[in-house]
Design a protein around this ligand. Structure first.
Ligand code: SAM
Length: 239
């Protein structure tokens, strides 16, 4: 039984509840816990979409840091539709990012309130790890993308260097949940973060699931010694 399942909550409910509790501390803790490197990760991710026009879906948008990173790109010509199932996170983000080409929708990534083939590109930063069903989430992304549309996913992975890995896992298991707990008042939310990172797929396994969902021309790139990875794939032109 997963550690978050206390008999009352499934993963979806658990995740929604945790993000609504930590909303006010989310951005601050990201900066503290990553030593500010999370801004760089989103900056590199935004670069993968900077030439995209049309509608870009920022899925699991949270407090909108990924939308902000995209709008900061001078070549970015798209309109952003930001979707998240945690209303508190979206509302908090909206107070800090009210761009004229930004629209917000509160909705579930596994049941997107969007028509088939209606979106030009999708970005998901630190969201897919939270899906209760990874393949279903990817298939839903694939459904709403236009043919040849691009999906870019930024997600935690695990470093491969043995010494760095040992230090990183000690940090994940013993330090990160404590700091997260002290500042946000919810240690469980940060224990979940740590465990979900350690339980998530390797990049090669993740690309296989993306392929199963219908994406092609897949590739990934490690950043910061493998702490995170950026994945890219395209919807096949004939689907
Ligand atoms: C770790 S935060 C990432 C926020 C933001 N993208 C960023 O770069 O920091 C994960 C977000 O995904 C949202 N989320 C998780 N599962 C979701 C789902 N099934 N549908 C919609 N949003 C979801 C959470 O509410 C939370 O705001």
């Amino acid at each position: 039984m997963p550690f978050y399942n206390d008999g009352a909550l499934d993963k979806r409910q658990f995740v929604q509840k945790k993000f609504s509790r930590i909303t006010r501390f989310y951005d601050l803790l990201n900066t503290i816990l990553s030593l500010g490197i999370d801004h760089f990760w989103r900056w590199v991710t935004a670069k993968r979409l900077e030439d995209t026009g049309g509608i870009v879906l920022d899925l699991c948008a949270g407090t909108l840091p990924m939308s902000n990173a995209l709008f900061k790109r001078s070549n970015f010509r798209g309109r952003i539709l930001a979707i998240d199932f945690c209303l508190e996170m979206l509302k908090y983000g909206k107070e800090r990012c009210s761009h004229q080409y930004l629209s917000l929708v509160c909705g579930d990534a596994l049941q997107l309130p969007l028509k088939d083939k209606s979106i030009d590109a999708i970005v998901v930063a630190f969201g897919v790890r939270n899906f209760p069903d990874y393949l279903a989430g990817l298939k839903e992304m694939h459904r709403v993308l236009k043919p040849k549309g691009k999906a870019v996913i930024l997600e935690f992975s695990r470093p491969t260097h043995p010494v760095f890995s040992a230090i990183y896992f000690a940090y994940l298991n013993y330090i990160l949940p404590k700091i997260g707990g002290i500042i946000s008042g919810d240690e469980m939310a940060y224990t979940y973060l740590s465990k979900s990172i350690q339980e998530f797929y390797t990049p090669k396994q993740w690309l296989k699931i993306m392929e199963k969902a219908g994406f092609e021309n897949l590739r990934y790139r490690y950043l910061t010694l493998g702490i995170v990875s950026i994945y890219e794939g395209f919807k096949r032109s004939n689907r």
